[in-house]
Design a protein around this ligand. Structure first.
Ligand SMILES: [Zn+2]
Length: 499
């Protein structure tokens, strides 16, 4: 039997606000001693009144707009009732009917194919506390209780575990671009529950789903879903497809999902409108204003980089993956352009001059940034924000390479020195005597000397043993202490060996 995989995701993202969702407690509880960023409101003492955090609501709207959701002019809070030690109130304030926003989408690309993933809704709620289980006791840290969350529910539009993983990565990137969350999965800022079922190819009907709870890394999302595809497909092939809805957990060390409980229905939570909070109301004007304030989104930046700089897709993608790197790249390119326009020997409008050099310079900047600078950053265990090389100096470095003032091995030495000291490339070039020997007269002398000293190899070369050219170049490089341009040497040798 041919089966099709159907996956939908529910994602919780912790927002990066200063205070919690409904009280003034610090939202930095994860970095504070347990149970120190708490108050009667987030603990749910009787008689306390919650007040909604404006910034959190705004972050929700920003994210919803970036996901092309429709913002409801009026949305309401709801109580979701259940008992658990990490929920001292006995209920969670969430949204149920009339959520903040609905009906959006996010387009992802997997193996060069585009998929449009529907967003059912994005609503706001508060996080619960955190339980720490040890052998014979459970400890509760209420610092996390009341942390502002946005929950994003997708349509069952994924057809493979990989699509689900890529979607989450895009969502993380988006949250970081918008500045609403660090969206660090390892720290639990972004958590994912995945619903999965299988069905015979050609059918539209949805079969009972299995919910995999609390997936906390991209790898575990992909692996847990792949495991379920296999498990459920085996059941189908045996003639016993899953007939009831259930909840499973992912055991990463055993590499399998484990049945936890049969799933509650929303009726079990006895949702009802939260009586202590007014509705969230937005005018069309206010929404328009927030929409206008959205920054450039990652996919827009990617498209622009491809169009504006002629970047290849993989390079554009890598640059955009970290907003700081993308910003650094653009600052360097601005410097490049200013440099090109100041070149004296060129004629034409600034647009024409730029067009002459743009492709080559962009290629150089990309190459040196994404391979060599990244290598230095990784070796040092740092990020682009720690890099001491200013965009101005990096651009100057590129002009030095472009003008062939150094050969590529000397350029690596130069960049490393700049990385370590943050120094000015021209100055380092002089101090370290790295400049390429570009003077043809000087090189000619070296070449002639080598030809004179190696008559045997010269005869062999002239008799047709062409690879010997490498031998001659090698000798010349040694003599110039590696500062000659190998290409220039090759030309000189070829010319002189012919005569
Ligand atoms: Zn509090």
């Amino acid at each position: 039997m041919q089966l099709e995989t159907v996956i939908g995701l529910e994602i919780h993202i912790q927002m990066k606000t200063k205070s919690k969702m409904f009280c003034g407690c610090s939202n930095d509880g994860e970095n504070q001693p347990p149970n120190t960023t708490i108050c009667p409101v987030c603990l749910g003492h009787p008689g306390t009144l919650p007040v909604a955090n404006r910034q959190a609501i705004k972050y929700g709207v920003i994210m919803a707009l970036a996901l092309d959701c429709k913002i409801n002019n009026r949305s309401i809070w709801a109580r979701k009732n259940y008992f658990y030690p990490d929920l001292s109130k006995g209920y969670q304030i969430s949204q149920f009917e009339e959520p903040l926003s609905a009906s959006g989408h996010l387009t992802i690309t997997v193996k060069e194919k585009k998929y449009r993933i529907g967003i059912t809704r994005l609503h706001l709620e508060e996080d619960a506390a955190k339980n720490f289980h040890s052998e014979n006791q459970t400890l509760v840290d209420y610092n996390r209780a009341g942390t502002p969350l946005m929950e994003i529910v997708t349509e069952p539009d994924f057809r493979s575990p990989e699509e689900a993983k890529v979607f989450l990565q895009e969502l993380r990137l988006l949250a970081r671009y918008l500045g609403v969350s660090d969206a660090d999965m390892e720290k639990g800022h972004l958590r994912c529950d995945a619903n999965i079922s299988l069905r015979p190819v050609g059918e539209d009907k949805l079969y009972p789903k299995t919910e995999i709870k609390n997936l906390n890394s991209f790898k575990s999302v992909e692996r847990a879903l792949a495991y379920e595809v296999k498990r459920q497909s085996d059941e189908w092939q045996k003639g016993t497809p899953i007939t009831f809805q259930s909840t499973r957990g992912w055991d990463a060390s055993a590499i399998k999902t484990v049945e936890q409980r049969s799933k509650e229905d929303s009726a079990d939570y006895r949702y009802f409108p939260e009586p202590d909070l007014p509705p969230i109301v937005f005018t069309a004007e206010e929404i328009k204003e927030i929409r206008a304030s959205l920054p450039e989104l990652p996919w827009q930046k990617k498209e622009r980089f491809i169009k504006e700089y002629g970047l290849a897709l993989p390079n554009a993608k890598t640059l955009v993956e970290d907003k700081e790197v993308a910003d650094y790249f653009e600052k360097v390119m601005m410097e490049m352009r200013a440099w090109v326009e100041a070149l004296e020997e060129t004629e034409g409008t600034s647009e024409e001059i730029w067009a002459q050099h743009k492709a080559k310079l962009t290629k150089l900047v990309c190459g040196w940034l994404l391979s060599e600078l990244y290598k230095l950053i990784n070796e040092a265990g740092q990020s682009i924000l720690d890099v001491k090389i200013t965009p101005e100096n990096f651009a100057e470095f590129i002009t030095i390479v472009y003008k062939k003032k150094v050969n590529s091995s000397a350029a690596q030495v130069l960049l490393k020195e700049m990385y370590e000291t943050g120094g000015d490339p021209s100055q380092i070039l002089e101090e370290k005597d790295l400049s390429q020997v570009g003077d043809t007269d000087e090189l000619s002398q070296v070449v002639e000397q080598i030809i004179k000293n190696n008559p045997g190899q010269v005869r062999e070369y002239q008799a047709g043993k062409e690879p010997l050219i490498k031998f001659f170049i090698g000798l010349a490089m040694r003599q110039t202490k590696g500062k000659a341009d190998p290409e220039m040497l090759e030309n000189l040798f070829k010319k002189k060996l012919k005569s």
